[in-house]
Design a protein around this ligand. Structure first.
Ligand code: NAD
Length: 456
């Protein structure tokens, strides 16, 4: 197996050869990537199923479908994105023409988590290729079937000096992180995000950190409860709750709490039947450690519905946890599983206070029909992105840059934002030589008053 050092050297040499720079090369590679996803669709979906029994429709919609959409869009828009952008000149530099141009960073490293193991490894890659970089991708060791299929497929279809998949765990990652990559794009936990940023600082490598956190979902007294319940249950129990932007906990106005709890219970039954264990549409927990961590939360409140589990299958029933204990794990850690704690509030100011007393979340959701409440919550709470009267869906719009803030991350991607993330914006001023205004040159005597007039 090639070492991380040698791999980076190969990629850097390839990048410096200029091979990745032409638009036609980038488009061709994106088309190849799309072909790979079509030809290996079944193999990829089976691998994700093997990893945690992810249902077929969810695998298509949230892994392959979203990738197809992103690739088609990048192919369609790339010629426009790479064009230099003219910007206005300023009087002090008259005459000049000014523009910015997107330049690839070089060799970039993408580190992915296990929960959307195809999408989160390849979606950043689309932006990196579109921007003209070479890419090393490190998928997660916790989704080993998907990781090994990705490795096999990419070895067969791409030159490793252009795109390479490196398998392995923490050690492989640390090895990669000790190299001098030109850009590091990390998706994963806040804890590991800090390790990545520290490693990147040694080489001053720029980073995007797509992290997690506790994303609140507020339901006020005016919300359309049945629709809210359906959408919340869908977004929470999709991927068995193992979604970075899943509603982590609910803040419900006391006047609608009973109605919402009942509606949530009904939605869960409608989606997965009376015994979700038998449903083909409900995934499993990724491994034993996460299974036990999640089971421990079941004791940290009153189970309103759900609560059954089976260690053999790493199955945990969609669970609604009423009156969770404060300072319990379930209200301290990111849940990242099918347990939904419910908290109650009396005034929207209390709900806002509760949200703002934690770290800035990756997502925030609000169900309301009241415009004043909507404006207030969106103004007062800082979070990565979110939705009003829906959950999770904002992530599926490539025109909305996706990323966190504070503890939930920095930087963003999707659509054009991906191209921008993986490009350095180079600024150029072009001066003609037919005129050389003498203000800037010494001797300065008598010139200050003119400079003052222009720079004000
Ligand atoms: P993780 O941070 O444990 O692992 C992510 C990657 O980092 C893996 O490839 C892993 O091999 C590597 N890694 C783990 N420990 C490391 C260490 N000590 N040093 C160097 N590398 C290390 O995250 P995870 O458990 O795979 O994923 C779950 C987390 O990811 C959740 O917090 C979730 O919210 C977050 N997430 C965020 C997004 C997003 O887009 N913002 C998407 C999915 C998941």
């Amino acid at each position: 197996m090639i070492s991380a050092e040698k791999l980076l050297e190969k990629q850097r040499t390839y990048f410096r050869s200029g091979a990745t720079r032409s638009v036609s090369y980038r488009v061709h590679q994106l088309e190849t990537l799309q072909k790979v996803l079509v030809e290996h669709e079944e193999e990829l979906m089976n691998a994700v199923y093997e990893d945690f029994k992810k249902p077929e429709l969810e695998s298509y919609a949230t892994e392959l479908g979203i990738l197809h959409d992103e690739i088609s869009y990048a192919i369609k828009k790339l010629r426009k994105w790479v064009k230099p952008k003219r910007v206005p000149g300023t009087l002090i530099n008259f005459p000049s023409s000014n523009y910015t141009v997107a330049e690839p960073y070089g060799a970039v490293l993408v580190i992915a988590p296990w929960n959307y193991p195809i999408q989160l490894a390849l979606l950043p890659m689309v932006g990196a290729i579109a921007a003209g970089n070479t890419v090393v991708v490190k998928p997660s060791e916790l989704s080993p079937n998907t990781s090994s299929v990705l490795k096999k497929i990419f070895e067969a279809w791409f030159k490793e000096e252009f795109v390479a998949v490196v398998e392995g765990g923490v050690e492989a990652n640390q090895d990669l992180l000790s190299q001098d990559f030109d850009y590091i794009f990390f998706t994963g936990s806040t804890r590991v995000g800090k390790i990545v940023m520290e490693a990147a600082s040694k080489h001053l490598a720029p980073v995007t950190l797509e992290l997690g956190g506790k994303s609140p979902c507020i339901v006020d007294g005016t919300a359309k409860i049945k629709t809210a319940a359906k959408r919340i249950a869908w977004g929470k129990f999709l991927n068995a709750g193992q979604t970075c932007v899943a509603p982590d906990y609910l803040l419900v106005h006391s006047s609608v709490k009973v109605e919402l709890l009942e509606a949530l219970k009904n939605s869960i039954r409608d989606f997965y039947g009376v015994n979700p264990k038998l449903s083909p549409d409900y995934a499993r927990i990724i491994n034993k450690d996460h299974f036990h961590r999640l089971c421990s939360y079941l004791k940290e409140g009153d189970i309103f519905s759900g609560g059954r589990y089976d260690e053999e299958e790493y199955y945990i029933e969609p669970t609604i946890l009423n009156n969770p204990k404060n300072e319990a794990g379930v209200m301290e850690d990111e849940i990242f599983g099918p347990v939904l704690p419910i908290l109650e509030f009396e005034s929207i100011a209390d709900a806002i206070y509760r949200v703002n007393s934690g770290s800035k979340p990756l997502a925030l959701y609000l169900f309301t029909e009241n415009k004043t409440t909507e404006r207030l919550v969106l103004k007062e709470c800082s979070f990565g992105g979110g939705a009003v009267n829906d959950v999770v869906a904002h992530l599926g719009n490539r025109n909305l840059p996706f990323g966190g803030v504070g503890n939930s991350g920095m930087g963003n991607y999707h659509g054009k934002a991906s191209f921008d993330t993986f490009s350095h914006t180079k600024s150029i001023m072009r001066k003609p030589t037919w005129l050389d205004v003498p203000f800037r040159y010494a001797p300065y005597k008598g010139k200050l008053k003119w400079i003052r007039k222009i720079l004000k």
